[in-house]
Structure formats: C-alpha cells, structure tokens
Design a binder for this molecule. Structure first.
Ligand SMILES: [Zn+2]
Length: 255
C-alpha cells in the first residue's frame, strides 16, 4: 500500500522541523545534517523548505545564516507557492497532464445538447468538450470521466506487462479515487489503483504498479519487499520521492 503521507519516515531520518516567521507569513522548514561543507537551502514543491547543514555546524551559525537569507527565503517561498497554485484547473485553452503529455482542453458551448460530448484528438493532443453547461463542477466531472476511462484501460494493460516481467500473478483490478492512497494490494491479490496516476509520468505509474505487485510476495514494507521493488525498478527511490513531492499537485482545483 502506498499512503500519500509518510510522517514517520522523517523521524527515522533525524530531520528536525521548525518554522520561520516573517511579518505575515509562517514558513515551516526541515533541517537536516549532511556531508556538505556549507549550508544549503532548497525550496521544493509545496513550498517545502529544506535546510541542509554540515554535520559540525553550530546552531548559532545556522541561525545567523537563516537571518541573513531571510528575504531570499521569503521571496523564493512565495514564488514557489504562486507557481504551484495551479493544481489542475479546467478552462478553455488550458492544459491538463496525461501521462507524459500535456493535453489542451477545448470547451465548446452547445446548447442543443442535453449532455456533454467528450472526445480526444490524439494527433493534436486536444480534449474537446462539447457541452450545454459551463459550470466548473460539471466540466470537472467531464474531464474526470475521461481520465477514469483511460485509467481503466491503460492501468490494467500496464499491470499485465509488468506482472509478466516480474513473474507474478494477481486477481482483479479496480480503479478508484481514494483520497489517501495511490494503490493497494489485498491478501487475495486484488489490486486497486488511484485513477489520478494516469495524469502523472508513466515512470510513476509503473513504480506504483511494481510496488503493489511486489506485495504479492511480501505483504509488508520489509527489506525483502524493497529488494523486490528495486529489482524491477532500480531507481524506485527517486520515483517514490517524486510521488510524495508532486502527487498532491495532481488534484483538481475547486473553483
Ligand atoms: Zn505498499
């Protein structure tokens, strides 16, 4: 099973969390010791601020550094949040992610229709929604149904290919929209995947498939389990991290 959050891992890594407060903004950051020679600040997806400090750095030195860089942190943080506010937003001419592609949404109002008609033009990477209604919630449903339809055909196909390579069997596959999970595997071998995965790069979808299939051998997250994952996916750590950092930006924005 892959939960969206893994808070317990932070403690294992000895990461300290704290907050920087600027006039009107509270920025939380994580500080970790590393083999670096100097202090480094990184602002990642979600505005996550990470400060890497040399193993022998003194607290005072670090605080002084943070003080000195405060306006830089403040500006970069705000910029990052701004850049990401996107989530998935549906509007005419807007782009939505689909595996490694970017698909342009075209909304064509057509009052003669009772329901929306959705078609995808592969060559132009255009998703055309001919619709009598223009409410954001309705358009969102249209796009969601298109994603789900694709998830239901692409994910089982990919599972079949990956399972062959890993020489594993499985039961039924269901595609769901659970809030907290990317995938799961039952003791009977039934697999369940979150349709949002279809929006992400194929390498990420593959990682989740490999992860769930590996549970066919180990129903836990033991060393043996990760060894099976690694065998099928040597760079699984990067993919896993990517999912943790970027996964939440693949939500639809409520308008
Ligand atoms: Zn798992």
């Amino acid at each position: 099973m892959i939960m969206k959050k893994a808070e317990d891992e932070k403690q294992l890594l000895g990461i300290r969390e704290s907050k920087l407060i600027y006039s009107n903004l509270e920025i939380s950051y994580e500080m970790m010791r590393s083999r670096r020679k100097s202090i480094a600040i990184a602002i990642a997806v979600g505005g996550k601020v990470t400060i890497k400090i040399p193993t022998n750095a003194r607290e005072q030195e670090v605080l002084h550094f943070l003080q000195e860089r405060s306006s830089w942190i403040y500006d970069s943080y705000k910029e990052q949040i701004q850049r990401e506010k996107r989530g998935i937003h549906i509007e005419d001419g807007g782009k939505i992610p689909f595996l490694s592609e970017e698909v342009t949404v075209r909304i064509l109002p057509n009052l003669n229709k009772v329901d929306a008609k959705i078609r995808y033009i592969e060559e132009q990477k255009q998703l055309i929604i001919e619709t009598p209604k223009l409410w954001p919630a309705f358009l969102r449903e249209c796009v969601e149904s298109w994603y789900k339809k694709n998830a239901k055909s692409i994910i089982p196909f990919r599972v079949e290919q990956v399972a062959k390579v890993m020489q594993l069997t499985y039961g039924r596959i269901t595609i769901r929209s659970q809030k907290s999970r990317w995938g799961s595997c039952s003791s009977e071998g039934n697999l369940n995947f979150n349709w949002h995965l279809i929006m992400m790069p194929p390498a990420i979808l593959d990682y989740v498939i490999i992860h769930e299939l590996a549970h066919r051998v180990e129903m836990n997250h033991s060393k043996q389990f990760w060894a099976i994952v690694e065998q099928a996916c040597p760079d699984y750590k990067q993919r896993r991290l990517w999912l943790k950092e970027h996964g939440s930006s693949y939500e639809f924005l409520d308008t």
